[in-house]
Write a protein that binds this ligand. Structure first.
Ligand SMILES: C[S@@+](CC[C@H](N)C(=O)[O-])C[C@H]1O[C@@H](n2cnc3c(N)ncnc32)[C@H](O)[C@@H]1O
Length: 191
Protein backbone atom coordinates (compact mmCIF):
# COMPACT_ATOMS: atom_id res chain seq x y z
CA UNK A 1 0.00 0.00 0.00
CA UNK A 2 1.16 3.56 -0.76
CA UNK A 3 2.68 5.55 2.09
CA UNK A 4 0.83 8.60 3.37
CA UNK A 5 2.43 11.93 2.35
CA UNK A 6 3.81 12.45 5.85
CA UNK A 7 5.44 9.00 6.02
CA UNK A 8 6.72 9.31 2.44
CA UNK A 9 8.49 12.53 3.44
CA UNK A 10 9.81 10.94 6.65
CA UNK A 11 11.22 7.95 4.73
CA UNK A 12 13.20 10.30 2.51
CA UNK A 13 15.07 12.27 5.18
CA UNK A 14 18.69 12.26 6.34
CA UNK A 15 17.66 10.94 9.76
CA UNK A 16 15.93 7.92 8.22
CA UNK A 17 19.11 7.14 6.30
CA UNK A 18 21.22 7.79 9.42
CA UNK A 19 19.17 5.24 11.41
CA UNK A 20 19.35 2.63 8.68
CA UNK A 21 23.13 3.00 8.32
CA UNK A 22 24.20 3.40 11.95
CA UNK A 23 21.62 1.40 13.82
CA UNK A 24 19.58 -1.07 11.77
CA UNK A 25 22.19 -2.49 9.38
CA UNK A 26 24.78 -2.99 12.18
CA UNK A 27 22.12 -4.78 14.24
CA UNK A 28 21.35 -7.10 11.32
CA UNK A 29 25.07 -7.79 11.03
CA UNK A 30 25.26 -8.55 14.73
CA UNK A 31 22.59 -11.24 14.31
CA UNK A 32 24.34 -12.85 11.36
CA UNK A 33 23.91 -10.84 8.18
CA UNK A 34 26.69 -11.74 5.75
CA UNK A 35 25.68 -11.26 2.13
CA UNK A 36 29.06 -11.27 0.39
CA UNK A 37 28.76 -13.30 -2.82
CA UNK A 38 25.05 -13.98 -2.21
CA UNK A 39 21.91 -13.33 -4.27
CA UNK A 40 19.90 -10.75 -2.38
CA UNK A 41 16.32 -9.50 -2.69
CA UNK A 42 15.14 -6.45 -0.72
CA UNK A 43 11.39 -6.12 -0.26
CA UNK A 44 10.01 -2.59 0.15
CA UNK A 45 13.31 -0.92 -0.72
CA UNK A 46 11.80 2.58 -0.61
CA UNK A 47 14.22 5.31 -1.72
CA UNK A 48 16.99 2.78 -2.36
CA UNK A 49 19.26 3.73 0.51
CA UNK A 50 19.01 0.22 1.99
CA UNK A 51 20.08 -1.08 -1.42
CA UNK A 52 23.04 1.29 -1.39
CA UNK A 53 24.10 -0.05 2.03
CA UNK A 54 23.55 -3.69 1.09
CA UNK A 55 25.55 -3.31 -2.13
CA UNK A 56 28.53 -2.11 -0.09
CA UNK A 57 28.55 -5.60 1.46
CA UNK A 58 29.36 -7.08 -1.98
CA UNK A 59 26.45 -9.38 -2.78
CA UNK A 60 26.66 -11.39 -6.03
CA UNK A 61 23.35 -9.83 -7.11
CA UNK A 62 20.89 -7.36 -5.63
CA UNK A 63 17.30 -6.52 -6.58
CA UNK A 64 15.18 -4.04 -4.63
CA UNK A 65 11.43 -3.92 -5.14
CA UNK A 66 8.73 -1.59 -3.92
CA UNK A 67 5.05 -1.16 -4.75
CA UNK A 68 5.27 2.64 -4.86
CA UNK A 69 6.36 4.12 -8.19
CA UNK A 70 7.46 7.38 -6.55
CA UNK A 71 9.93 5.51 -4.33
CA UNK A 72 11.39 3.49 -7.19
CA UNK A 73 11.72 6.65 -9.25
CA UNK A 74 13.87 8.17 -6.45
CA UNK A 75 15.86 4.94 -6.12
CA UNK A 76 16.60 4.82 -9.88
CA UNK A 77 17.56 8.48 -9.95
CA UNK A 78 19.81 8.29 -6.86
CA UNK A 79 21.44 4.91 -7.47
CA UNK A 80 21.27 4.22 -11.23
CA UNK A 81 23.92 1.53 -10.84
CA UNK A 82 21.62 -0.79 -8.82
CA UNK A 83 18.55 -2.80 -9.84
CA UNK A 84 15.18 -1.61 -8.53
CA UNK A 85 11.68 -2.46 -9.73
CA UNK A 86 8.05 -1.55 -9.06
CA UNK A 87 6.47 -4.72 -7.74
CA UNK A 88 3.87 -5.67 -5.15
CA UNK A 89 5.50 -8.01 -2.65
CA UNK A 90 2.41 -10.22 -2.39
CA UNK A 91 3.33 -11.52 -5.85
CA UNK A 92 6.94 -12.62 -6.29
CA UNK A 93 6.10 -14.96 -9.18
CA UNK A 94 8.82 -13.44 -11.36
CA UNK A 95 11.40 -14.92 -8.99
CA UNK A 96 11.89 -18.68 -9.35
CA UNK A 97 11.55 -20.98 -6.35
CA UNK A 98 14.70 -21.29 -4.23
CA UNK A 99 16.47 -18.49 -6.14
CA UNK A 100 17.60 -16.10 -3.37
CA UNK A 101 20.16 -16.64 -0.62
CA UNK A 102 19.07 -13.64 1.43
CA UNK A 103 15.89 -11.56 1.61
CA UNK A 104 15.91 -8.27 3.52
CA UNK A 105 12.99 -6.23 4.85
CA UNK A 106 13.45 -2.88 6.57
CA UNK A 107 10.02 -2.26 8.11
CA UNK A 108 7.51 -3.15 5.38
CA UNK A 109 5.14 -5.99 6.38
CA UNK A 110 3.14 -3.71 8.69
CA UNK A 111 2.22 -1.74 5.53
CA UNK A 112 0.77 -4.75 3.76
CA UNK A 113 -2.65 -6.00 4.94
CA UNK A 114 -1.97 -9.30 3.12
CA UNK A 115 1.40 -9.68 4.88
CA UNK A 116 0.91 -13.46 5.25
CA UNK A 117 1.05 -13.80 1.45
CA UNK A 118 4.44 -12.06 1.45
CA UNK A 119 5.79 -14.56 3.99
CA UNK A 120 4.41 -17.42 1.89
CA UNK A 121 6.12 -16.01 -1.20
CA UNK A 122 9.38 -15.61 0.73
CA UNK A 123 9.19 -19.26 1.82
CA UNK A 124 9.01 -20.20 -1.87
CA UNK A 125 11.74 -17.86 -3.19
CA UNK A 126 14.32 -18.38 -0.44
CA UNK A 127 16.88 -21.16 -0.89
CA UNK A 128 16.62 -23.96 1.70
CA UNK A 129 19.61 -22.62 3.63
CA UNK A 130 18.71 -19.01 2.98
CA UNK A 131 18.14 -16.22 5.49
CA UNK A 132 15.47 -13.59 5.86
CA UNK A 133 16.50 -10.45 7.77
CA UNK A 134 13.45 -8.56 8.83
CA UNK A 135 12.67 -5.63 11.12
CA UNK A 136 9.19 -4.52 12.11
CA UNK A 137 7.63 -2.32 14.80
CA UNK A 138 5.21 -3.63 17.40
CA UNK A 139 1.51 -3.10 16.75
CA UNK A 140 1.24 -0.74 19.73
CA UNK A 141 4.02 1.48 18.32
CA UNK A 142 2.31 1.63 14.93
CA UNK A 143 -0.85 2.86 16.63
CA UNK A 144 1.11 5.43 18.67
CA UNK A 145 2.74 6.80 15.51
CA UNK A 146 -0.66 7.05 13.86
CA UNK A 147 -2.13 8.81 16.89
CA UNK A 148 0.67 11.34 17.42
CA UNK A 149 2.12 11.81 13.92
CA UNK A 150 -0.81 10.82 11.65
CA UNK A 151 1.28 8.38 9.62
CA UNK A 152 -1.89 6.63 8.46
CA UNK A 153 -0.87 3.00 8.38
CA UNK A 154 -3.37 0.67 6.66
CA UNK A 155 -5.93 -1.30 8.64
CA UNK A 156 -4.27 -4.65 9.21
CA UNK A 157 -4.11 -7.42 11.77
CA UNK A 158 -0.31 -7.30 11.59
CA UNK A 159 1.50 -7.83 14.90
CA UNK A 160 4.81 -9.41 15.87
CA UNK A 161 3.23 -12.36 17.68
CA UNK A 162 0.96 -13.12 14.72
CA UNK A 163 3.90 -12.78 12.35
CA UNK A 164 5.96 -15.20 14.45
CA UNK A 165 3.08 -17.70 14.48
CA UNK A 166 2.78 -17.51 10.70
CA UNK A 167 6.54 -17.84 10.23
CA UNK A 168 6.58 -20.98 12.38
CA UNK A 169 3.62 -22.43 10.45
CA UNK A 170 5.71 -22.08 7.27
CA UNK A 171 8.66 -23.91 8.82
CA UNK A 172 10.79 -20.91 9.73
CA UNK A 173 12.88 -20.58 12.89
CA UNK A 174 14.22 -17.27 14.13
CA UNK A 175 16.54 -15.37 16.38
CA UNK A 176 15.42 -11.87 17.37
CA UNK A 177 16.62 -8.72 19.12
CA UNK A 178 14.20 -6.26 20.62
CA UNK A 179 14.99 -2.54 20.39
CA UNK A 180 12.75 0.32 21.56
CA UNK A 181 11.35 1.02 18.07
CA UNK A 182 11.93 -2.08 15.99
CA UNK A 183 12.37 -5.80 16.56
CA UNK A 184 15.11 -7.30 14.40
CA UNK A 185 14.84 -10.90 13.18
CA UNK A 186 17.22 -13.36 11.56
CA UNK A 187 14.88 -15.98 10.14
CA UNK A 188 15.99 -19.27 8.65
CA UNK A 189 14.10 -21.99 6.89
CA UNK A 190 13.73 -25.33 8.59
CA UNK A 191 12.48 -26.95 5.38
C1 LIG B 1 8.06 2.26 6.09
S1 LIG B 1 8.51 2.25 4.39
C2 LIG B 1 10.15 1.58 4.50
C3 LIG B 1 10.97 1.92 3.28
C4 LIG B 1 12.44 1.46 3.38
N1 LIG B 1 12.52 0.01 3.52
C5 LIG B 1 13.10 2.15 4.53
O1 LIG B 1 13.41 1.47 5.52
O2 LIG B 1 13.32 3.36 4.46
C6 LIG B 1 7.57 0.89 3.75
C7 LIG B 1 7.82 0.65 2.27
O3 LIG B 1 7.05 -0.48 1.86
C8 LIG B 1 6.51 -0.22 0.58
N2 LIG B 1 5.35 -1.08 0.36
C9 LIG B 1 4.11 -0.95 0.89
N3 LIG B 1 3.30 -1.93 0.46
C10 LIG B 1 4.06 -2.70 -0.36
C11 LIG B 1 3.78 -3.87 -1.13
N4 LIG B 1 2.56 -4.44 -1.13
N5 LIG B 1 4.77 -4.40 -1.87
C12 LIG B 1 6.02 -3.84 -1.88
N6 LIG B 1 6.32 -2.72 -1.18
C13 LIG B 1 5.35 -2.16 -0.44
C14 LIG B 1 6.19 1.26 0.64
O4 LIG B 1 6.02 1.82 -0.64
C15 LIG B 1 7.40 1.80 1.38
O5 LIG B 1 8.44 2.18 0.52
Amino acid sequence: MKLSDVEFRAMNTWWRRWGQKNFELPLFQRIGMDIKGKDVLEIGCGSGFGGFLLNQLQPRSYVGLDAMEEQIEIAHRTYPQFQFMVQDATDLSQFPAASKDVIVIFGVLHHIPEWRKVIDEIARVLKPNGSLFLEEPRGVDIRLFDFFFRWGHPDSDFGLKRMETHLKSRGFQFDKRWTPLLTMYHIKGAF
